[in-house]
Design a protein around this ligand. Structure first.
Ligand SMILES: Cc1ncc(COP(=O)(O)O)c(C=O)c1O
Length: 386
């Protein structure tokens, strides 16, 4: 049976070249980067070199760049850290959007249960946050704005530069979750006007369990992980040197290949989309092509035209060797539709029939033709055309 992985937005395989540069830091150069002796100094040098190299790729100074355990921790640090710091100054209002990743939404919910007020902005039907709505939501006690750069489900790109200008004008800390954007679109923290930015290595063929946060000089955050004095005292825990080295290698390669790979994936996606249109007239495309990253394609089946269960479709594709993601989560036996798909205005049944395809460096045109062939058979078998 063929094996086709189309879930690169969930995670990517580790690049063997990345694995190669990491190996020596597990084996020979295994020192603790905080140790004073030679072993420690060798590890420390590799850590700092990696920091410098990734920081440069986003236009940050190395002193503004901190390693953490991944995108989730970076978001927790940014949101809880900024909020808890502002609380002391009497500010307790946060502005975010309905389509954020759960690593942002759940932090906001936690803060709400601890005395904060959160405004969840609606998005338009293409899944984009309107900067005007951000400005309108600002209050005297607003301490933080957090809006994602690229949405992980539908791939839309938000106007972060414009939102950043608004935040700057109102002197409010601005965070963006750039986990799905880093290595896919150019990022420069100065141009984007952001104060805090989250990234993660495993979305770009780097190791799992490492990410980073950019913290603009002068921005105060309450500590979230307490313990040792690592990362200039802002994030405790023995530094993950092998992963930091791997992250730097993966980041460097992603940026180098970005232009070529984006064009290749865009061609694949447009071709795939056209064939979906021809085969399945009842499919709706979520997001908007002109404001999207090329590696994500999200579709739903129009519930007024066809009855089909997204989860069953996904399982049938898996049985045929195709790995995609459902736009819904299965919790205690019931399918929970995606908050993103509902937010762009799809009805409940349409939202439950959502599939996310995400492409990567091993995706080829023949793979997508095979997917279409299998999907046609499965949709005809399990779908009920109304
Ligand atoms: C937009 C977004 N934010 C945050 C995360 C969490 O990152 P990590 O898996 O590194 O914790 C993800 C991962 O899927 C994501 O897509």
């Amino acid at each position: 049976m063929k094996s086709i992985y189309l879930d690169y937005a969930a995670t990517t395989p580790l690049d063997p070249e990345v694995f190669e540069v990491m190996k020596i830091y597990f084996l020979d150069k295994f020192g603790n980067a905080s140790s004073i002796h030679r072993y420690g100094q060798i590890a420390k040098a590799a850590l700092e070199e990696s920091r410098l190299s990734i920081a440069k790729l986003i236009g940050a100074k190395p002193g503004e760049f901190y390693f953490v355990s991944g995108g989730t921790e970076a978001n927790n640090f940014a949101i809880k850290g900024a909020a808890l710091n502002a609380f002391r100054l009497g500010k307790n209002h946060i502005v975010t959007s309905e389509i954020e990743h759960h690593a942002v939404l759940d932090c906001c919910a936690y803060l709400e249960s601890n005395g904060f007020e959160v405004t969840y902005l609606k998005v338009d039907s293409s899944g984009v946050v309107n900067p005007e709505s951000v400005e309108k939501a600002i209050k005297k006690n607003t301490c933080l704005i957090s809006i994602m750069l690229v949405n992980n489900e539908i791939g839309t790109i938000n106007p972060i530069k414009d939102i950043g200008e608004i935040a700057k004008r109102h002197k409010i800390i601005f965070h963006t979750d750039a986990v799905q954007a880093f290595g896919k679109i150019p990022i420069n923290v100065e141009e984007l006007n952001v104060d805090l930015l989250s990234i993660s290595a495993h979305k770009i063929y780097g190791p799992k369990g490492i990410g980073a946060i950019y913290i603009r000089n002068g921005v105060e955050l309450e500590k979230i992980v307490h313990g040792g004095g690592q990362e200039k005292g802002r994030r405790a825990g023995t530094e993950n040197v092998p992963s930091a080295v791997g992250f730097a290698k993966a980041a460097e390669k992603a940026i180098q290949n970005m232009k070529f790979e984006n064009q290749r994936l865009l061609n694949l996606k447009l071709n795939f989309k056209q064939k979906i249109c021809n085969l399945f007239p009842f499919v709706l495309f979520n997001g908007i092509e002109s404001k999207s990253v090329p590696h994500i394609l999200n579709i739903s089946f129009d519930s007024s035209k066809i009855k089909i269960d997204g989860e069953a479709l996904l399982l049938n594709l898996d049985l045929n060797g195709i790995a995609v993601s459902a736009g819904s989560a299965c919790t205690s036996g019931s399918i929970k539709p995606s908050h993103v798909i509902l937010s762009i205005g799809r009805d409940l049944d349409t939202a439950k029939s959502t599939i996310r395809f995400s492409f990567g460096k091993f995706t080829e045109a023949e793979d997508l033709d095979y997917v279409l062939m299998v999907m046609k058979e499965v949709v005809e078998r399990i779908g009920i055309v109304l």
